[in-house]
Design a protein. Structure first.
Length: 303
């Protein structure tokens, strides 16, 4: 009997096998049992696998949460930071204010008279009894720190403004730190992916070796490839899920410290930040662990 003919007979036999919901339930039950058997056969190695994945995801989750917090700090700094525009002695304040309000990225303009500035300066330091040398000042709030240079360039074109100033060094340092942590987060996602896949790959290889004869028998009996693959992929997914659940505990501790820092500096907390971190940790854990398991199956079973 040729191979093609045998395959044709096999397909005909399969087509006559009745398919009902009970058979689907039995198949699902067997897949769950095979998944549990694979975990049990791995033994104490399970603990090492899950704790290693948990450690990797904890570091990733902590870095990601700090990145989101720093993003909030930079945004708050941008909304709190004001550009100072010093007016010429004969400047028309109302006209200048209206011109600035029409500029793009400007949120608010406040006028501080030179008399008010002089009184505040006298309160802070002991100044000699001399005529007021300070100019009238406009405090300008910008929608985002990234747009401050654009606004300052626009202010230079307004004739009544003599000089501008803002905390440029402070903004640049915050943005540099934010960029570094952002890059670190991306790099660590890649590391998490590689390490998780490598760990799961080695684990599933052990399971495959211990069940090699059983798998060969199933293949000879005509068991479909997906029935062989699914329990092993589920086993990897379970490792990733349990590792992510454990990682949530230390990540929550980091979250509590970040909340305290927010409260100390009176910076609003992003209500979705913690949810985004936990969702990312769970997704990465389950996805990468499943992918590692699937790649191991492709490599060692050729199914």
């Amino acid at each position: 009997m040729t191979k093609n003919k045998a395959s044709t007979i096999k397909q005909r036999v399969k087509s006559h096998i009745p398919k009902d919901w009970m058979s689907e339930v039995r198949i699902t039950y067997r897949i769950i049992i095979e998944t549990i058997k694979g975990i049990v056969q791995t033994g104490l190695v399970n603990i090492a696998i899950i704790t290693t994945i948990a450690a990797i995801l904890t570091i990733f989750g902590s870095i990601f949460r700090v990145t989101l917090a720093l993003n909030s700090y930079v945004s708050s700094l941008g909304s709190a930071l004001e550009v100072s525009a010093y007016l010429t002695p004969k400047a028309d304040v109302n006209e200048t204010v209206n011109q600035i309000r029409d500029l793009e990225h400007v949120k608010k303009v406040s006028f501080i008279s030179k008399e008010t500035s002089w009184l505040e300066l006298k309160k802070e330091i002991d100044v000699p009894d001399i005529p007021n040398p300070l100019p009238n000042t406009l405090r300008i709030k910008v929608d985002n720190t990234k747009n401050i240079p654009t606004v300052i360039n626009s202010l230079k074109n307004i004739k009544n403004i003599e000089k501008t100033g803002y905390a440029n060094d402070l903004v640049q340092k915050f943005e540099m730190i934010y960029a570094i942590i952002n890059t670190t987060t991306v790099v660590f996602v890649i590391i998490v992916c590689i390490l998780t896949i490598a760990i799961i790959n080695s684990t599933i290889e052990l399971v495959i070796q211990s069940k090699k004869e059983e798998i060969e028998i199933m293949r000879l009996m005509g068991v479909s490839n997906w029935y062989i693959k699914t329990p092993l992929v589920l086993q990897g997914a379970i490792y990733g899920f349990l590792g992510a659940l454990i990682a949530i505990i230390p990540i929550d501790i980091v979250q509590n410290y970040i909340i305290k820092i927010h409260e100390f500096f009176m910076i609003p907390i992003n209500p979705m930040a913690q949810f985004a971190v936990l969702f990312s940790v769970l997704t990465l854990g389950v996805t990468f662990a499943s992918v590692g398991s699937f790649l191991s199956i492709k490599k060692h079973l050729q199914v």
